[in-house]
Design a protein around this ligand. Sequence first.
Ligand code: PBG
Length: 338
Amino acid sequence: MQDKTHLVDDITGHRRMRRNRKADWTRRLVQENRLTVDDLIWPIFLIPGDGIVEPVDAMPGVNRMTVDKAVEAAKEAADLGVPAIATFPNIEMHLRDETGSNSLVRNNLINLATAAIKNAVPNIGIITDVALDPFTSHGHDGILREGEIVNDETVEQVAKAAVMQADAGADIIAPSEMMDGRIGAIRRALDAAGHQGVGIMSYATKFSSAFYGPYREAISTGGLLKGDKKTYYIDPANGTEAIRDAALDVEEGADMLMVKPGLPYIDICWRMKEAFGLPTFAYQVSGEYSMIKAAGANGWIDEERVMLETLLAFKRAGCDGILTYFAPAVARLLSKRG
Ligand code: PBG
C-alpha cells in the first residue's frame, strides 16, 4: 500500500497551494487586491427645500436630501476620506417637461447643490450626471419627439447643460444618456467655455437593465417612464458591442470610463480595462444595493461581508473605483479596521 502523502505528492508534484493560505499573516502577505476608501464614489439624491432628509423606501439606508443636508453629507463623506460624490436630483413634477428644459436652468437643483457643496466642502470631488431623465415628463434620458428619443438635439442640450454644471463647480461631468457623439460634443463645449480642467467620466457601457428599479423610485421617474430605454442603452447580451461603444468614447476624449450596472457586467469591467487602460469604474447600481440590503435584513446573507466581497470583486476585475450607495458605510468600516 502506498503512503497517502506520497500519493498526493505524486499528483501535485510537491506544489501545494495551501502553504500560502495557512495563516492570517501568509494570507495578508499574498493578498493581491485591497479595497480602500480611495476607491469609493458616493451617489446621493437631492430634493428641493430645506432641512429635509427622507428615506428611499426601496433602498434601505439611502436618503434623499435637501441641499443644506447634502452639504452636511458631503462634509461627512470628506471627513471619512471618500474622494468624490455623484449627485442625482429629484425635481418637482411641474418642472419636468417633454424636453427636460430645467436641465438648462442655471440655478436648478443639481447646480445649486454643486455650488453649495463646492463652497462648503472644497476638498471633495463632485461628479454630475448630465442625462435628461430627472428633468423630463416621460422619464427618458433624451428629448422625445414623435415617439423617438432624438439623438443630435439631445446631445446639443446635454453639452449646454454640462457647461452650466461646470460653471456651478462640477469637477467631472458624467453623461449617462448613451446618445451617440456626446463625449466629443461635451468636450468641445467645455473647452470652448474655458473648462479645460473639467473631466469627463463616460457612462461608456450602460446596459438596458432591470437593476435600475429602485433608483427610479428615488428620483420619481419610475411611474413616468413610457416604454423602455432599449433604443439607446446596450442590450445585456452584447459584450463586444459594449467595447466598441466605449472605444468611441475614448476617441472622443473621455478621461474615465464606467460600467453600469456593476456585478452582472463584471466581464465588461475586465475587458474595458484591458482594452483601453483608462481609469475604469463600476457603478454598483440601486438594484444591486437593494438586493444585498434585503437579503441581509432577512438574515439570509451576512450583509457586511457580502458588501465588502462585491466591492473587492470590482477591484479584482480591474476597476479603479466603484460608485456605490454603500460608500459611507464602507468608509466607516474600513476606518474602524485601520
Ligand atoms: C439615467 C440613470 C440611471 C441611473 C442613474 N442615471 C438609470 C435609469 O434610470 O435608466 C441608475 C442608477 C441606479 O440604479 O443606481 N440616466
